[in-house]
Write a protein that binds this ligand. Structure first.
Ligand SMILES: Nc1nc2c(c(=O)[nH]1)N[C@H]1C(S)=C(S)[C@@H](COP(=O)(O)OP(=O)(O)OC[C@H]3O[C@@H](n4cnc5c(=O)[nH]c(N)nc54)[C@H](O)[C@@H]3O)O[C@H]1N2
Ligand SMILES: Nc1nc2c(c(=O)[nH]1)N[C@H]1C(S)=C(S)[C@@H](COP(=O)(O)OP(=O)(O)OC[C@H]3O[C@@H](n4cnc5c(=O)[nH]c(N)nc54)[C@H](O)[C@@H]3O)O[C@H]1N2
Ligand SMILES: [Mo]
Length: 767
């Protein structure tokens, strides 16, 4: 089952005609005016706007259509003709909306006016911006800053994010969790320890120079589809791609380029993965150790026979620490152990290792399949171990490549949105803005929800996001959210986190970056950092969704000015109207990265931030790149070995969602129609439990904390997935994910490995 030579089970390549049809469908569904559909031509262009979907790199020489199916859907979702005006609540009371699915709430359209919850009528009612800022500031000033959480979802621009973190620190805390806490924080921690920078080291140029690519747990076809162009070009040069993924994802199997007339008119498709290994969920550390063992033992043999070395000895000696301990561990680990935990045969791993040993420059791409595990940080470090063995970092065509999520999630961290005080330039901020920033560590997302559940956190301000849906343990976290004193949500569309609200609750409508940000100082541009560390300018191209919606800098400046009053020396109004002033301050705070920011932001392809690891300078504790010895191969301390019917549940994204935003039900690539309540299961696991295709089941979390977590109404779908592993959709399955089931070092929830069993609705386990 591991090495793939069979035809894909999905009959169509990812991309292709299905992709074009799907784009046309969403433009119609959202009633995007015809003239506005040409805005797709401005997407990801040096003079246009940066897509609001994924964070994949934007090339200097873009295609005529530099967008993909997912990006087009995201654009259509924001530029929709539908509007949710305050009179929506005359028809629908807030409590009645609690039964609405996520899709329907957002489908109500763009929010048009600032609103406050009115308990007497159970409605959100329109307020003026002045009223909103005045009351929010009063509430904030009545609270202890350490009990207030300021969340950021990863879409806000560099300018907004910088203003926001500064406001929060002036207000008095470092409670700045963001979406990466549930996402690539395992990379931020793991890469920092291993190579001294918490981000990937590759850029688009490396794709032309690489000899081999690994793919661990990232679903390119739906989550970063524009990257398929780079993969396709590399494949055309004969570059092998070796994929490790429990599911056979069509986008990683083959690709028909919807923008290539030849591929669209002939059945030609590019085969993407040359080897496809269906590793068990959570089996990656074992699989990677197997690869390393093969390479190290091949080197042992070469040395014994006086043949050229397989390892990059010079790199290891000059640049790394910990190699001998790691090599000893790899040699000592039995293949049988590796095979059992990874679910892959030794022959398959040797085949992957053989390709690796032939290649001079190797990139390793990865996503949530590695990071969202109890051992997520170790997974990231193991990936570095593989690269170190043959010096695959700090040279062209090589390096680790975490594929980031939200379009500016990496950038927000770069400009100071972090709960870890040591990662923010506090001394510089103190000097630059004459205040004393708090030094105490703030709360990350998990810690914030632990505090919310305990009643210790009293308010949450949300710059985007839908936390009630995106965080684990809905049975605990959602009722706790409703007990908050204050919830403030800066948002484009209505979502469940606005309906399950605090005692005082505001929904503040913001503009998307696709829209023109018009101020008394003229139209303003914003900027963001892509997954490869390149910074880009972005100009809005459509009219604002409503004349009462405001750009995010306006909203952040409004709250900051009202809350801080005399405590801040900043001219928030000036920043609100002229974002170039904010960029000047960013450049002062981070001169190495952002010098001449206003001029450089329009460089085609973006400007790259300097990364010491690219020059083989290691800002780690030891001053070297650090190997680690994995402390456990058995992936998950929460996975009960002794429960015979235990299954590992991975929560996944469909091709028609952006996180908690559900564009449509169904999943074209995985052959699911009209529903999201599906569980993908191996046929053998179905037979063991006497389950039929399409049968409805209930899943229950296996945990001994006294909480009964269940999800009913899930339909079984037979799928090519390793035995013992099942897949379901996020966010529907979040009710099953315990809050404490996270990676120890990064606190990223273990969303790709939830221990569950199938139970009959009555509660007795099905046999
Ligand atoms: N269209 C669209 N684009 C998006 C998003 C979206 O929702 N929609 N979300 C954005 C965000 S915030 C993020 S973080 C990224 C997420 O993008 P991805 O990193 O691709 O995340 P997931 O879709 O959760 O899927 C992860 C993949 O990992 C595999 N996997 C699961 N468990 C394991 C495992 O144990 N080992 C291995 N090797 N593989 C495993 C799954 O089969 C799946 O193919 O995408 C971003 N882009
Ligand atoms: N079980 C499970 N849980 C997961 C995951 C998983 O794979 N499995 N993935 C995790 C990951 S990787 C992530 S990143 C999180 C995401 O979690 P969140 O950040 O909480 O969620 P999003 O769905 O990205 O946020 C959607 C909302 O953002 C608002 N919005 C959209 N555009 C804008 C904008 O331009 N500005 C503002 N201010 N608001 C806007 C809209 O109102 C929309 O309803 O979820 C995590 N949770
Ligand atoms: Mo993410």
């Amino acid at each position: 089952m591991s090495k793939d030579s069979k035809a894909p089970s999905y009959p169509f390549a990812s991309g292709g005609w299905g992709s074009l049809k799907s784009v046309a469908g969403i433009l119609t569904q959202e009633k995007v005016p015809l003239k506005d559909s040409t805005i797709l031509l401005k997407q990801n262009k040096p003079d246009g706007f940066m897509c609001v979907s994924c964070s994949w790199a934007k090339p200097a020489d873009p295609h005529m259509f530099e967008f993909c199916e997912s990006g087009a859907k995201a654009t259509a979702w924001d530029t929709t003709a539908r509007r949710m005006t305050p009179d929506f609540f005359d028809v629908h009371r807030v409590s009645s909306l609690l039964s609405w699915p996520d899709h329907d709430l957002e489908e109500a359209g763009r929010i048009t006016a600032p609103m406050r919850y009115d308990a007497a009528t159970d409605k959100y009612v329109e307020v003026t911006w002045e009223q909103a800022f005045a009351e929010i500031s009063q509430e904030l000033n009545a609270l202890d800053p350490e009990t207030v959480v300021f969340y950021t979802s990863g879409r806000a621009s560099l300018e907004t994010a910088y203003m926001y973190q500064l406001f929060v620190r002036m207000y008095g805390c470092n409670n700045l969790p963001d979406s990466s806490n549930m996402c690539h924080e395992s990379s931020s921690v793991g890469l920092k320890e291993a190579i001294g920078v918490g981000v990937g080291t590759i850029t688009l140029e490396d794709f032309g120079k690489t000899d081999l690519m690994f793919f661990f747990g990232q679903n390119t076809g739906t989550n970063s589809p524009r990257m398929l162009h780079q993969l396709q070009h590399a494949r055309e040069r004969g570059v092998p791609i070796i994929t490790f993924n429990p599911l056979r994802e069509p986008g990683l199997v083959s690709f028909a380029n919807p923008q290539s007339p030849v591929q669209m008119l002939t059945p030609a498709q590019t085969r993407i993965s040359t080897q496809y290994h269906q590793v068990k969920a959570g089996g990656d550390t074992a699989a990677m150790l197997g690869l390393c063992k093969a390479v190290i033992e091949a080197d042992d043999q070469a040395r014994a026979q006086g043949l050229p070395r397989v390892l990059d000895v010079e790199f290891i000696d000059t640049h790394t620490t910990g190699f001998e301990e790691f090599a000893a561990c790899a040699r000592a680990t039995e293949w049988s152990e590796i095979e059992k935990i990874s679910g892959l045969g030794r022959a398959a791993l040797l085949e992957a290792a053989d390709e690796y040993m032939k290649a001079n420059a190797v990139m390793a791409h990865y996503g949530m399949g590695l990071t969202q595990h109890r051992l997520g940080v170790q997974n990231v470090r193991m990936l570095c171990n593989i690269l170190f063995l043959r010096g695959n970092i700090g040279k062209p065509g090589a390096g680790p490549s975490p594929i980031r999520g939200h379009s500016n999630v990496q950038g927000q961290r770069t400009v100071g949105v972090t709960e870890k005080p040591e990662l923010a330039p506090l001394d510089q901020l103190a000097k630059q803005f004459s205040f004393e920033p708090p030094r105490k560590k703030g709360m990350n997302t998990i810690e914030a929800f632990e505090a919310i559940v305990k009643g210790e956190a009293r308010a949450v301000v949300n710059l985007g996001g839908n936390l009630v849906r995106s965080v684990p343990d809905r049975l605990q976290t959602e009722p706790a959210w409703a007990r908050l004193r204050l919830t403030v949500s800066v948002a484009t569309k209505l979502n469940r986190s606005h309906l399950v609200h605090g005692e005082v609750s505001y929904v503040l409508p913001c503009l998307s970056r696709i829209e023109t940000h018009r101020t008394p100082k003229g139209d303003q541009a914003v900027s963001m950092e892509d997954s490869t560390g390149c910074m880009h300018g972005s100009r809005g191209v459509t009219e604002p969704a409503s004349d009462k919606a405001r750009a995010e800098p306006f909203i952040v400046a409004g709250i900051a000015k009202a809350t801080l009053g005399q405590r801040s020396t900043i001219d928030w109004d000036a920043w609100r109207d002229d974002y170039a002033l904010v960029r000047d301050e960013i450049a002062k705070t981070y001169p190495e990265i952002f010098h001449d920011f206003n001029a450089r932001m329009w460089e085609p392809g973006g400007f790259h931030r300097p990364l010491p690891a690219c020059q083989r300078q290691w800002k780690t504790q030891s001053g070297k790149a650090e190997f680690i010895v994995p402390h456990s191969l058995g992936e998950d301390p929460d996975m009960p070995e002794k429960v015979p019917d235990a299954l590992r549940l991975m929560t996944l994204r469909s091709d028609s969602q952006f996180n908690t935003t559900i564009y449509n039900l169904g999943d074209r690539f995985r052959g699911v129609k009209g529903t999201r309540m599906v569980i993908f299961m191996n046929k053998a696991d179905m037979e063991k439990r006497q389950l039929r295709e399409g049968q409805q089941i209930t899943l229950q979390t296996i945990a001994d904390d006294g909480i009964d977590r269940r999800l009913a109404g899930l339909e079984v779908k037979a799928y090519e997935i390793p035995e013992g592993c099942i897949g379901g959709y996020y966010p529907e399955c979040n009710v099953l994910l315990p809050l404490w089931h996270y990676a120890k070092e990064s606190k990223v929830p273990g969303a790709k490995s939830i221990p569950v069993r199938v139970v009959a609705p009555s509660g007795s386990a099905l046999r």
